[in-house]
Design a protein around this ligand. Structure first.
Ligand SMILES: [Zn+2]
Length: 439
């Protein structure tokens, strides 16, 4: 691991926190950007219409000289290559996190017209880059003196929206919010962090939609005012509304809206009950690390140029990615810590609870220190797909590519096929531990 850059934004006495929000529509034009291949299930799912708009939405925070912009994008995933293009056009530091929307266009190339054919439409990827830059710049330009509330809730109902298809059944289902208003009490916006796949509409839907994320933001704005910015969390292993036991039918907009509306209602209630906090310190730190790309499927995808020049492997077969750490503090006490994780982390790597099963490929692998247990602030967020999408991040002790299968299962578990390799979990959690200690 090498430090790419670590940057500490000065924590000045009496610094006045400023907050701004911005958004831009990134809905594809099905003629101009078409054919639009929809992401996240099989090949050749061509979009036939638009149900509701896709967005890039950002919140900018500043206590000293430089803003920090946090953006959530209704996209399946943005590779570091595209994120770097966005960051290069933004003043200050930026975190760009795709929400992992499986009902949005294929910006990664894996779900094109046929096996071995990329689904990327470069004009659309460029449109997403431009839209995210626009949203970030609007957030920075609109910054004003602000007061904030931090809130969280872990209502048991949140778990009912998540079906986990692989043992151990773990969810990182806590809702964590940062809500800002100006000094006159006018709402600016709310950043909300939760973890669940936006794929309620499933694999047959051909209408572009933000899935539950759109309803979540819409209802949160109706309850709290201002602009809602959602960033997804540890969605790996598999955290999905598909298969969840709910009254609303599977694969329906009714179900997507129910999830969004209920999450928004619980989040709004928690924010309304929270007290204000004084934030006068903001630090941002990140590191680049090279992870062995052991997955033969990923190597084949690179050879077939599915990523269209993105995700170039290093000469030694590793792939470079970023891990980051943000800390907001008041009077030198940490108030909110945020982990930036470059893919779909299994929740047990976030909140703990890794299990040792018979059949594991590395039965003696040390258990990675859980990300949220490494943070000590009263409020903790984990941004999944932050600045990159390297696929599933699996605890090494649960890695299972060769039979016998975990828990004596009759067949292979789903997961490893979409992971860069067994070293991703240990390397990322170790890199994060070093970033936290470096503060
Ligand atoms: Zn996924």
């Amino acid at each position: 691991m090498k430090i790419l850059y670590g940057l500490l934004m000065a924590s000045a006495c009496m610094a006045q926190l400023q907050v701004g929000v911005g958004s831009a529509v990134i809905t594809p034009d099905l003629d101009k950007h078409g054919p639009v291949y929809m992401a996240g299930f099989g090949q050749n799912r061509v979009a036939t219409g638009v149900h509701d708009p896709l967005y890039a939405r950002c919140m900018a925070l500043q206590v000293a000289r430089q803003p920090l912009v946090l953006c959530g994008v209704d996209s399946i995933g943005l590779f570091l290559d595209d994120v770097e293009k966005i960051r290069a056009r933004i003043t200050g530091k930026a975190v760009i996190a795709a929400l992992h929307d499986h009902e949005a266009p294929d910006t990664m190339g894996l779900w094109g017209p046929a096996q071995g054919k990329s689904g990327i439409q470069e004009a659309y990827n460029q449109f997403v880059i431009d839209g995210t830059v626009e949203a970030a710049r609007k957030a920075i330009a609109s910054m004003k003196a602000a007061r904030v509330k931090l809130a969280r809730t872990q209502d048991a109902e949140l778990d009912t929206f998540i079906h986990d298809t692989r043992p151990p059944v773990r969810h990182d289902s806590e809702l964590v919010m940062l809500s800002a208003e100006d000094l006159n009490g006018k709402p600016i916006g709310t950043l909300i962090n939760w973890a669940n796949h936006p794929e309620t509409l499933g694999s047959k839907n051909t209408l572009i939609t933000a899935d539950y994320s759109g309803y979540l933001r819409q209802h949160l704005e109706a309850e709290l005012g201002g602009t809602a910015v959602f960033i997804n969390g540890a969605v790996g292993g598999m955290q999905s509304p598909l298969g969840a036991k709910l009254d609303q039918p599977e694969n329906s907009f009714e179900r997507a809206e129910w999830i969004g509306r209920r999450v928004a209602a619980m989040a709004a209630k928690a924010v309304q009950q929270a007290g204000k906090v004084e934030i006068d310190g903001l630090s941002f730190r990140e590191t680049t690390l090279d992870i062995p790309a052991a997955n033969p499927g990923f190597q084949m995808a690179a050879q077939a140029d599915l990523y269209r020049g993105r995700k170039k492997l290093n000469a030694n077969g590793t792939t470079a990615t970023l891990v980051g750490y943000i800390k907001l503090s008041g009077k030198n006490a940490p108030l909110l810590e945020i982990a930036m994780i470059p893919g779909e982390m299994y929740p047990e790597l976030s909140v703990g609870g890794i299990e040792r099963y018979a059949g594991a490929d590395y039965p003696d692998a040390p258990l990675e220190p859980a990300i949220k247990q490494q943070m000590k602030a009263p409020f903790k967020m984990l941004f999944g797909l932050a600045n990159d999408e390297i696929g599933y991040i699996i605890p090494k002790a649960e890695w299972d590519q060769t039979a016998p299968w975990l828990n004596n299962n009759a067949k292979r578990w789903y997961g490893e096929v979409n992971s860069v390799g067994a070293e991703a979990g240990p390397l990322i959690n170790q890199a994060f531990a070093e970033l936290v200690k470096g503060q």
